[in-house]
Design a binder for this molecule. Sequence first.
Ligand code: ADP
Length: 433
Amino acid sequence: MTGHLLELKGITQKYGRGERRFTAVENVNLAIDEGEFVALIGPSGCGKSTLLRIVTGLNQPVEGQVLYRGELLDGVNPHATIVFQTFALFPWLTVQQNVEVALKARGMPPNLRTVRSIDLLDMVGLDGFETAFPRELSGGMRQKVGFARAMAVEPELLCLDEAFSALDVLSAESLRGELLELWTGGAIPTKAILMVTHNIEEAVLMADRVVVMDKQPGRVIADQKIPLAHPRQRKSPEFLDVLDRVYALLAGQTQPEHIELGTAPGEAGRTRALPDISVGELAGLLEFLDETPNDRIDVYRLEQELNLGATEVLQLTEAAELLGFATIAKGDITLTPLGETFAEARILARKEIFATRIRRLPMFRWVLAMLDAADKAQLDRDVLRLALELEFSPEDAARQVDLAIDWGRYAELLAYDDNTETLYRETAETVAG
Ligand code: ADP
């Protein structure tokens, strides 16, 4: 016995044949214990889904072993269930019948199935929808039926593959809440959860441990405990602090923050200016790097490739490095896993990543602190500009304010009224410590 519920030992998976054979994941070691909720994050293509399929026994690795309760897994793992991004419900069956199918497959007699399926639907908040057909439900409710069906199997190991990513924001949030309640309240027989997600905040919100992967080849690069009790508050300083640490893992940052980021206006030392670039230009660079082989290129080639001047390239690469989206070494610029995640993310996820990263910058710490201290949490643009003129030339001070407004608006950390030239705090955002 190893003592672990699940253990992956030296897992390597390859796809393709001959010339085109490539390594999707290489030498992955990972153990999950009873009671753990583990999230697996990393850029697309790093092998997260591959690992889930191996864990559940849907695929066999070319090398390595999967141990379940200390025993070598042979074939499909009967104790594991995967919840996918979208659930294939049977459209001709009612909500209740869709759940009963899973109970029937477990050999449960008909009279018990009815009672149990009603219980399960109640548990995911679908009380009253038993006789509805899938087409009558919203996407969020359909996914809830999917969860009820997964629960019907009473899996010891529940695997989630981007289970919330196809839902609208509100449905996703409510379903996350339902699952967490069931899990933390011990209302389900599930012993461990392994969740694959693109959404870093979701990982920190739900999991006890976040395992970070990178690609080419897919491998584990970090394993971080999330030392926060449930329920977690997304805006609390403790939550944001852990979130920052997970982002830093993806960004491959090892330097202490104060060395990397410099100082804020009013603090001792030279104020770290925001690089003079737009979010669109930065996104363009990251998308470009994401398309290059090995996500890397000589910095000098960027001028030609992106059709930019030398100064612009300098500002652009500085911004990418400052935000942890790329590293620069020996004349090469290389995308970090965080940069890859941003390049491949959709708009909302991009905004979240961007917000988390810029909130740490000295200039934003200062702007947000000024706003929080201001009457009604609003400030004239000129207040900031004049304060910055103590440290920058008038042109540079004005430019810094413009950049802070542009970046802050994109990140939805602040709002700006062009007519009155006033900055506001975005509504839901509270003091971030
Ligand atoms: P992720 O879930 O992190 O996006 P995947 O596990 O889906 O990563 O994929 C890892 C790599 O393996 C990718 O490059 C993907 O294109 C490749 N891959 C995944 N499944 C197959 C398959 N059945 N055949 C060939 N290549 C595959």
